[in-house]
Design a protein around this ligand. Structure first.
Ligand code: NAD
Length: 478
């Protein structure tokens, strides 16, 4: 099996092979990927630093052409890339293809943005003086990404970084190097000069830590867990460098008595369980007013019974496997805590499933009669597990929705304009959905949250420039 190597300064560099295992079929090795070392990380940062002066001054048409070419290839290969994603991460094939397509759209968007870089000119308070405000690239940007969106997240960090003239070192998650490798290969062949984009796969504690420790990294964009995010933030403060963190969620979906039941069930099941619940925006707390509560629970259980949990590549599968053994054990641990320690009722699911191929299959679990104080309502589980919390009315629902250390996404199902409007204004989340799942966002508008979910400027869309540029104010005597 050919080894997929790291890309450092334009050269493919080998390393100890690590097998990438398919969670739908643990007998299958998706590919072998080189394990990067601390030295690889330092070399990659040095290569990015050396490439920065030329790339930061590169012409807009060059950036536009490379980003467009990459977008075209991703789009043309989205079925194949989606299949690779489904094999290494466990999203269903349609979900994998959609995510690959989204990566292509992100590159299309930033190819356009490369032609629309703007600044501002204003009059000075001093007569005869002009003031210009321009945006300059930050420098060498370290990108550290998680396994759950293995092509979209690298895409939504790499594309704006390159668009704005930064050079990059990407460290993808250990569990999903395949999509990141394919993306970097596409960008290299699209014509990126050597050293502008470097890839170092491997352990967070080795490669990621070496990036954090390297004084030549000017900014870090991180997506992952809160625990790692805090370490990243501390290291960045130590080096006085720019940092952007996207972390966990415990996203509420409020269902009011006046909701359309079909919409409420569909948005809740989609938001909580699709992509195996492994989305930072998953609706893990279903907060339901008492008038609709029992009908809602019955309908959700009926819907869950009809879902097929199986091999991600199999036609008709709605929910693929959990990503690996340790995440599966974490999901089961939380289900047991909810039922046995906290006293919630396990209304459906929670058991391991055997399928034709050996994999990490878990029946989606619905905990009912939960309270917002339970650990399963406060801590991110990151699997196909959701809790139903019964509340009296809208006011209690809103207070419960906001009573969380997180603040990424929040949803409400209602036919009341008054409540929808009030919720949009008063939800303490970065993204609010009305009659739509908490997960599933557009690629051209800002993404991010509040409280323990995010730190620093927003990602995606035009707002991405806040992180990937630094502002200069220049005064000229006319
Ligand atoms: P993780 O924190 O374990 O790992 C994320 C990345 O950090 C990986 O590449 C890992 O190798 C690296 N890392 C680990 N230790 C490091 C260290 N000491 N120094 C530098 N890098 C290090 O997270 P994960 O398990 O891969 O992903 C799941 C988490 O990601 C969940 O909490 C989920 O909510 C979050 N997530 C958030 C968003 C968002 O945008 N808010 C999106 C997707 C996932």
């Amino acid at each position: 099996m050919a080894l997929h190597e790291n890309l450092i300064g334009g050269a493919w560099v080998g390393g100890d092979p690590v097998a990438n295992i398919n969670p739908s079929n643990t007998d299958e090795v998706v590919g072998e990927y080189a394990r990067g070392t601390e030295k690889d990380a330092r070399d990659a940062v040095a290569a990015a630093k050396a490439a920065f002066p030329a790339w930061s001054r590169s012409g807009l048409m060059e950036r536009h052409a490379i980003l467009s070419k990459a977008a075209d290839e991703i789009m043309a290969r989205k079925e194949e890339l989606g299949r690779l994603l489904a094999r290494e991460e466990g999203k269903t094939l349609p979900e994998g293809i959609a995510e690959a397509g989204r990566a292509g759209q992100i590159f299309e968007f930033f190819a356009g943005e490369a032609l629309r870089l703007t600044g501002e000119t204003v009059a000075s308070v001093r007569p005869g003086v002009g003031v210009e405000m321009t945006r300059e690239p930050v420098g060498v940007v370290g990108l550290i990404t998680p396994w759950n969106f293995p092509i979209a997240i690298p895409a939504w960090k790499i594309a704006p970084a390159l668009c704005h003239g930064n050079t990059v070192v990407l460290k993808p998650a250990e569990l999903t190097p395949g999509c990141a490798w394919a993306l970097v290969d596409i960008l290299k062949r699209a014509g990126l000069p050597d050293g502008v984009l470097n890839l170092v796969m491997g352990k967070g504690s080795v490669v990621g830590q070496a990036m954090l420790d390297d004084p030549d990294v000017n900014a870090i964009s991180f997506t992952g867990s809160v625990a790692t995010g805090k370490r990243v933030a501390a290291a960045c403060v130590e080096h006085m460098r720019k940092v952007q963190l996207e972390m966990g969620g415990k996203n509420p979906m409020v269902v009011l008595d006046d909701a359309d039941l079909d919409i409420a069930v569909e948005t809740s099941v989609n938001g909580a369980f699709f992509s195996t619940g492994q989305r930072c925006t998953a609706s893990s707390r279903l907060i339901v007013t008492q008038g609709i509560h029992d009908r809602f629970v019955d309908a959700v259980v009926a819907r869950l019974k009809a879902l097929s949990v199986d091999n991600a590549l199999k036609e008709g599968t709605h929910i693929g496997p959990v990503v690996d053994q340790s995440q599966l054990e974490q999901d089961e641990r939380y289900i047991a805590i909810g039922r046995d320690e906290d006293g919630a009722n396990l209304a459906f699911g929670g058991e391991r499933l055997n399928r034709e191929t050996p994999g990490f299959y878990l029946q989606p679990a619905l905990l009912t009669e939960a309270t917002n104080a339970m650990r399963t309502s406060r801590e991110e589980i990151f699997g196909p597990v959701a809790s139903v919390i019964r509340v009296k009315d809208y006011e209690e629902a809103l207070a419960t929705a906001n009573d969380t250390p997180f603040g990424l996404s929040a949803g409400i199902c209602t036919t009341s304009l008054k409540h929808a409007t009030h919720f949009k204004r008063n939800s303490e989340a970065g993204m609010v959905m009305v009659n739509l799942p908490t997960a599933g966002v557009d690629f051209h508008v800002p993404f991010g949250g509040r409280k323990g979910s995010s730190y620093g400027p927003r990602e995606q869309g035009r707002y991405a420039q806040e992180f990937y540029t630094t502002v200069k104010t220049a005064y000229t005597l006319a």
